[in-house]
Design a protein around this ligand. Structure first.
Ligand code: CO
Length: 217
């Protein structure tokens, strides 16, 4: 049996925090004072809540450099006030230049969507992944479960990039001439490496006409 890792106590976390803050301040005097005055991140990250995919850490960004929204299976749903409020703030107020949707292989949310047994309330949340699976079901023929799960994780990211590009928030930003590029990336847990799915969108021309928020010219 594999020995479980020793989990630190909450008190240890507080002690870790004090050490981290002291080290950070020592390395860059005035770091926190400067950060507390304003945030000017260039990036918004939309990722999975999975504890193994910490946004800042895996792309080497410091506090203040990335505005983060995470939920189960990195969803961008057009009825999700939480995600859309974050996107609006990031685009309209912070003026981020890049929104990166980052999924990951071996995602519990994606795995759950591929199963036919009920998973509880979360079934509502991952319903879109099941719909997406059905939409692409021909692509899944003759694949092993691992291959299916990997492909579904990628298709899930691509779908969320599309959903994001269909929002009025992003459409309006493009119409106003703002530079906002949406990226679709995927992270492999067992290598720590991110792969660019090369499905970036940076203007209304990248969006099917039926989803464009403003009249065609
Ligand atoms: Co996940």
């Amino acid at each position: 049996m594999v020995k479980s890792l020793d989990m630190p106590t909450p008190q240890t976390l507080l002690e870790n925090n004090a050490i981290w803050a002291a080290n950070r301040e020592k390395a860059t005097p005035g770091f926190f004072k400067q950060l507390s005055a304003q945030q000017k991140p260039k990036y918004m990250w939309i990722g999975c809540s999975d504890s193994r995919v910490p946004a800042n850490e895996i792309v080497g960004l410091d506090p203040g450099e990335v505005f983060v929204h995470r939920n189960i299976a990195n969803q961008v749903q057009h009825t999700d006030l939480n995600c859309l409020s974050g996107v609006q703030y990031a685009v309209d107020v912070l003026n981020v230049e890049h929104i990166i949707v980052t999924g990951h292989y071996n995602c519990g949310g994606v795995e759950a969507a591929l199963q036919s047994q009920p998973c509880g309330f979360v079934d509502n949340w991952i319903r879109g992944i099941r719909d997406n699976y059905m939409h692409h079901q021909d692509s899944f023929k003759d694949l092993s479960h691992e291959e299916m799960s990997d492909l579904m994780s990628e298709l899930n990211v691509i779908k969320q990039v599309e959903n994001l590009s269909h929002t009025r928030i992003v459409q309006n930003a493009w119409e106003q001439g703002k530079t906002v590029t949406i990226h679709g990336w995927i992270y492999r847990l067992n290598t720590g490496l991110i792969h660019d799915l090369k499905v970036s969108r940076n203007g209304s021309d990248d969006v099917e006409p039926v989803y464009r928020a403003l009249p065609l010219r």
